[in-house]
Design a protein around this ligand. Structure first.
Ligand code: NOJ
Length: 555
């Protein structure tokens, strides 16, 4: 039964892996990663147990926002390969049991996109109304800049157009006007195109901004959530098992709408920004209470839908849902140097250096990530514990080339590192100390630990599909939660403190429990009452499956 369900709802029990083709592996020696390189590493990714690849934008681009500024939604940037290579990637990934999803960035285009060039050149251009224009920005509600310090407001004057255009992100990224039916039709065409090419879904960029209608003259004619429902219905008509994974950084009570409330007919997966931010607060405080609270605040997700959980992504570690004092606590603990901070809301760092390289603490954090209700999403290099390069500009600090070996160029490219698309990380977390080749040889490496963790996570669908609840306990540093699914129960326990502790957990309703199986170290013990008495190491973590009378033990 379980494999039938987990295969049917593949996105609810998978492990997603985000990467940028540009920084993964360069096979033609020009210093820029390419699709050929990614194809060469498909077996590596399948080997660690990844089930879906999320490719950051690979479309033709002037590359002023790492590819999130697109000039052609139907192509592949010439630096990265061809559409033919893309199809080969999808085919080889499929052959090894992995699906591919791609970034759908349709809140805006590059200002170099032919649509915008036409729109600005001629008021009667059919593309004029594809963007959002005004004669007077003062007429509009003050909207916040997404990149403070790097943007001058959200309206930019275009001398050719003699009007201001809306850009919620950089000035070179004019917003598309989704109130225009022609734009909505084009977005559907883009989705249809990539589905036809073989993708299994989309990571939808900046969803609340995409749906926002401020500044749009015809706004009242469009219900944005109705539009998202229509997009989902279109996706599903074209391909029944394709998914939408949305970037929605909003407080939990506002996120449920993006799932389509109880109907569950909008996004399949929504990134869990609120729990992610509170995990960092908990780590900073050595106390799990903030995480527990964040979990209790989560709205129930509709059937077929799920949270996408993550600890790091390609952007700054945003802490915008924390209070000023809480944010400061995290800054003090993990990024006290102003150079580590960005936009006054986040940190441009990766996890291991933030945790001072404490392997037990790093493992505890990832064990938590993989056991939280949801589908875990890894950012490339997390599986080997890569660090950031603060010498790189802004968010580029965490987008350094994948570290395959200790060779010059990190085994990423044979080109002169000066010509690399992004600088390699240096020092303690650089390729001499952290790389795939060395970690493959070492059974105790983080990479091999991840491989075992991912295998176990895939065999533990209770985490992705079950009903979960917090188990109250009297140690503030300990987060314990339980997931029940199809008569099976697992319990995950995480100690946020460096101090060892003992904790007692009641197992309500499990009066017929007879044994407990530690899924990570394999130890099995008999149980004579519905309660667990556990001893946890400092930063310890455990995943436990309970066996009830008449049930078989899993391997
Ligand atoms: C969100 C992406 O994650 C970010 O990297 C990008 O700069 C903006 N959207 C604009 O597309």
């Amino acid at each position: 039964m379980s494999i039938r369900t987990t295969s049917d709802q593949w996105w609810n029990n998978g492990v997603f892996y985000c990467l940028d083709v540009e920084t993964f592996l360069d096979t033609d020696g020009d210093g820029c990663g390419d699709l050929g390189g990614l194809i060469d590493r498909v077996d590596y990714l399948a080997g660690i147990g990844v089930t879906a690849l999320w490719l950051m934008p690979f479309y033709p681009t002037p590359d002023r926002d790492d590819g999130y500024d697109i000039v052609d939604f139907y192509g592949v940037d010439h630096r990265l390969g061809t559409l033919g290579d893309f199809v080969e990637l999808v085919r080889t990934a499929r052959d090894r049991g992995m699906r591919v999803i791609v970034d759908l960035v349709v809140n805006h285009t590059s200002d170099q996109h032919p649509w915008f060039q036409s729109a600005r050149s001629d008021p009667s251009s059919p593309y004029r109304d594809w963007y959002v224009w005004t004669d007077d920005p003062e007429d509009h509600e003050q909207m916040e800049e997404v990149f403070p310090g790097q943007q001058k407001g959200v309206w930019a004057y275009d001398r050719k157009a003699k009007q201001y255009y809306l850009h919620r992100f950089y000035g070179h990224q004019p917003d598309l006007n989704i109130a225009n039916p022609a734009v909505r039709e084009e977005i559907a065409r883009i989705i249809g195109f990539w589905l036809q090419v073989g993708v299994s879904g989309f990571r939808v960029d900046a969803v609340p901004f995409l749906l926002e209608l401020e500044g749009v003259p015809d706004a009242p004619t469009v219900d944005p959530h109705q539009y998202l429902k229509e997009l989902r219905a279109f996706l599903q008509r074209r391909q029944g098992d394709a998914i939408l994974l949305g970037e929605v950084n909003l407080p939990p009570d506002e996120q449920r709408r993006y799932f389509g409330d109880e109907d569950g007919d909008e996004l399949h997966l929504v990134f869990n920004f609120s729990v992610m931010q509170r995990i960092y607060l908990g780590l900073a405080r050595h106390d799990a209470t903030a995480v527990e609270e964040a979990m209790r605040e989560l709205p129930p997700v509709p059937f077929d839908s799920q949270w996408a959980t993550f600890l790091r992504n390609h952007d700054e570690l945003t802490l915008d849902q924390l209070s000023e004092d809480e944010k400061q606590e995290v800054f003090d603990a993990f990024g006290p140097d102003p150079d580590m901070q960005l936009f006054d809301r986040g940190l441009r760092r990766r996890l291991p250096p933030m945790l001072g390289g404490d392997v037990d603490r790093v493992k505890m954090a990832y064990s938590l990530l993989f056991s939280l209700p949801g589908t875990p999403v890894l950012f490339y290099g997390e599986e080997i514990g890569m660090g950031e390069n603060l010498a790189a500009e802004g968010r580029a600090a965490v987008r350094t080339p994948m570290q395959w070996s200790d060779e010059p160029g990190a085994g990423f490219s044979t080109a002169d590192p000066g010509a690399f698309a992004a600088p390699v990380a240096e020092g303690e977390y650089g390729p001499l100390a952290v790389n795939v080749t060395d970690q493959r040889r070492d059974p105790d490496s983080l990479l091999n630990w991840f491989e075992r963790l991912i295998r176990r996570r895939r065999e533990t669908p209770e985490f992705g599909l079950g009903e979960w609840r917090i188990i109250d306990n009297d140690v503030p540093a300990v987060l314990a939660h339980r997931c029940d699914w199809q008569g099976a129960t697992v319990v995950a326990v995480h100690n946020f403190s460096p101090e060892p502790c003992r904790v007692r957990l009641d197992l309500d309703g499990l009066d017929d429990v007879v044994a407990v199986h530690d899924l990570l170290d394999g130890v099995r013990s008999d149980l004579h009452e519905p309660a667990l008495d556990l001893t946890l190491d400092g930063y310890g973590h455990q995943w436990l499956r309970l066996r009830r009378r008449g049930q078989r033990m899993t391997p």
